[in-house]
Write a protein that binds this ligand. Sequence first.
Ligand SMILES: [Fe+2]
Length: 445
Amino acid sequence: MRQSYAGYEITTEFSEAAEHTTHGIESFVEWRMDSFDWLDRALETDPDCVFASMVKGLLLVTARSQNFAPVILECIDHGESRKEELGEQERIYLKALKAMSEFQIFEALEAYESLLRFYPRDLMATRFLQAELFWMGESRWMHRVMKNLEPDWKPEMFQGSYFYADYSFAHEETGSYEIAEKFGRMAVEMDPSNVWAAHAVAHVMEMQNRSNEGVEWLSSLSKNWNEKNQIVHHAWWHRCLFHLERGESQEVMELLSLEVRNPDSLRVKQFPDAYVDLQNTASLLMRMELAGIEVGENWSEFVPLAESRMEDYTNPFTSIHALIIFAKSGLHDKAKSLILNMLAFTDLDHGPLGSTYRQVVIPLAEAFMAYVEERPEQVLEKLVPVRFILYRMGGSHAQRDLFWQLICRSALQLEERSLLKQLNSEIQDFGFSMLEKRKSYKGVF
Ligand SMILES: [Fe+2]
């Protein structure tokens, strides 16, 4: 029997199971912490509710950890065992889940796009599609998707705020800052707890070097985020960037231990090795060092997070941050082992992930090792040729800016004036304004 809830056709005999599944989906769309609780409740009510299993599997895929692979496979097996009973929508979700479990990302993207052609207001498919395109660095594609979907949306529609948050972020990453800010602010007005919309506007402020507004914007909204998931840590990371730019190192230090990565927080307890925490902490400590702030012992605290990524290739952007933590903690052998592991992975994986590791992450990792070993010539040798394909490892312009800072600092050390002039113009092309006034580029431009 099929139950219809909020645009989802769910195969189950129990309306309660379908209801719990849609609550799980709504929670995911709204970046809340209780998505898995609802999905588990759906499966307790009806262990045959395959859609709940598939949503769970897909949520675990977005969590990007090899540790979840066994549960993801169980979710797939569950779907396969009852495939004949499923509706078309459920079958396409199953196809996406299988594709993602094998890193066949383009197949999954096609599955999400076909779901959205069938039902353009499927916010779960929209979010999965945005997430996968983000990790592929495909911001133009993401932008196109949102433009395709926009005619089917109106602000007053259920969870409209969350569509406009996705719409805002896609515009921000493609440099349409005015539209991004307008729709991001609108989404926050519609739902002040919409942390993804707040985050999109913070990105605009980061690109335009509006640090004072950034601090004010995020601090005024953070009280609404109590029920939200790990994305809150990343929003605090953005706030730290604004404080860094204002030269407020004490605030950054406090926020790092209280908000960006606090082992006592519920979010950290729920997912102790969340990839976003690893990225936020490695990136923030590195930026603090570049700003001349002594962080010394702080690095070693995050080594366990990096260790969980020694043989995990689910997310290239996370791997490079794990390497940063090893290298900056003085664990050069571990960092070099990680590079060897990544190399071995490229022999095994001939899909998009293997290619990203081979073409981007490994040269970047070698450049970073050269940076910590004070070999600026090799930093440039490795990093300059790949600078325009760094986007392939995913992340945002704001996150990848760290690697442009490393190129610039190495060029400065070598007094490569003509390269610096070129870099200045290239960084501005990505949308970063007021480079000469930024503390993050102090002494460089
Ligand atoms: Fe961000």
